[in-house]
Design a protein around this ligand. Structure first.
Ligand code: NAD
Length: 260
């Protein structure tokens, strides 16, 4: 379905971004990976997923808090892959603390990585998408783009901002063949959430399995984690022709979290 397209997926060396890369690779898209830590392992996995289509997989290590590095990544997608057809703004970090003692540096980093990076990638990707008359922008927001939780002020502010940004961009591009939508996952068991599971286990004096059960029971009525694979399949749907008129939505995959 996506043969010949190039997907740039920020924060795709791990978790949800890697899950999305694997699904889009299986659909035949070339992939530009981004993120910290080991990238050779993820690159090999994604290449294998798209092997039947002979896809190419690149990597750019841009730090999403640095606009100049984001510009270099988008230039790399242009020179190596003929541009970015599918942009998945996924890189994100979390910090949990009450607002009055929230570290100022963590606030700035969360806003830069979880929100401002999507502005930079989008402004750089749109001219190419518009000239081709086709493009998909998929912003990985969160249930926290729709509702709040205590002690996550920066994250909630950034994710609500990302949902608003998505709507505004969607209106600007509505007749261009490009769509912009947000995906709002509930709990997904990735390294980002494992840290919160570990903190809960210590705080409650319980083991990891019980900490997971308690986190889910508090917020996610299905009592199941959403998986990176499910989020990848939703991204693939948003890239399909069936979704060409889905515009400016915030689509939850949260086991009922925001239905409460
Ligand atoms: P993760 O920690 O597994 O992955 C985060 C990725 O972002 C990694 O590849 C990491 O290297 C990269 N990254 C971090 N800082 C970066 C930076 N400055 N520049 C470039 N890359 C950077 O986390 P995840 O759970 O897969 O989260 C992915 C996205 O999904 C985030 O935006 C997160 O807010 C969102 N999300 C996660 C959950 C969840 O329950 N895990 C729920 C809703 C939304």
């Amino acid at each position: 379905m996506l043969q010949g397209k190039c997907a740039v997926i920020t924060g795709s060396t791990s978790g949800i971004g890697l899950g999305m890369a694997l699904v889009l690779a299986r659909q035949g898209a070339n992939i530009v990976l981004n993120g910290f830590g080991d990238h050779e392992g993820p690159r090999a996995e994604v290449l294998a997923a798209g092997q039947a289509h002979g896809i190419r997989v690149g990597y750019h290590g841009a730090d999403m808090s640095k606009p100049a590095e984001i510009e270099a990544m988008m230039a790399y997608a242009q020179s190596e892959f003929g541009g970015c057809d599918i942009l998945v703004n996924n890189a994100g970090i979390q910090h949990v603390a009450p607002v009055e003692s929230f570290p100022v540096e963590r606030w700035d980093a969360i806003i830069a990585i979880n929100l401002s990076s999507a502005f930079h990638t989008t402004r750089l990707a749109l001219p190419g998408m518009k000239s081709k008359g086709w493009g998909r922008i998929i912003n990985v927001a969160s249930v926290h783009g729709l509702v709040a939780s205590a002690q996550k002020s920066a994250y909630v502010a950034a994710k609500h901002g990302l949902v608003g940004f998505t709507k505004s961009v969607a209106l600007e591009i509505a007749t261009s063949g490009v769509t912009a939508n947000a995906i709002c996952p509930g709990w997904v068991l990735t390294p980002l959430v494992q840290k919160q599971v570990d903190a809960r286990a210590v705080a409650d004096g319980v083991d990891g399995e019980e900490a997971k059960r308690r986190l889910l029971a508090e917020k996610q009525p299905s009592l199941q984690f959403t998986t990176p694979e499910q989020l990848g399949e939703l991204a693939a749907f948003l890239c399909s022709g069936a979704a060409s008129n889905v515009q400016g939505q915030a689509w939850s995959l949260d086991g009922g979290w925001t239905a409460q």
